[in-house]
Unconditional design. Sequence first.
Length: 268
Amino acid sequence: MGDMANNSLAYSGVKNSLKEANHDGDFGITLAELRALMELRSTDALRKIQESYGDVYGICSRLKTSPNEGLSGNPADIERREAVFGKNFIPPKKPKTFLQLVWEALQDVTLIILEIAAIVSLGLSFYQPPEGDNALCGEVSVGEEEGEGETGWIEGAAILLSVVCVVLVTAFNDWSKEKQFRGLQSRIEQEQKFTVIRGGQVIQIPVADITVGDIAQVKYGDLLPADGILIQGNDLKIDESSLTGESDHVKKSLDKDPLLLSGTHVME
């Protein structure tokens, strides 16, 4: 890279391929081979690179990218790469419908108990005792029971109405929060950019536009947006705790462990 960067990497994997390539086009390496390579670690990965491709520059050659100039930036070339290898984009999960949120709100234990109590109360309010028992109680008691029977359903109905109100309010709040969260997440993803080299020029592009073969510059504090292979580095250390749970920083170098993983942080 000369004086352009201390650390650089050629992306050889993406977050998620939307299309499986049944062919490798004009490229000397397939999507399946890249995935298999990124599953290896340290010496195993280095051995695989040396046996199959010679070195990282051999991978660049097969991907038809220049370690110094990067991709040409030709839209046709970018589209062809995305068609073969997929886009660096994870499609969001389908949002829950309002009815699904209502159903989830109904699963609350307290609401279930209230629903059962309301059903029992309504059932008892419409229950009519046998005529023989009423005759023994006298006219006064029969009148009192008839009055209570006419208004007894109000208690059960009030409980059910309360449950309905709580469920609708809870579901609406969850739906509103999910809508706001998705809007914020979409805006963050659109604004997030990363530094790459295309046509010999250092430019910033949206993370979703990074494609296989791009040469990217990484620096302290970066969150790597895709899997990649180190081309040139200067005491590069990565925090992989988000993937492995280990707090120790992993040193990356061409002669030990050149693979960089998406979602990890550059610490040195």
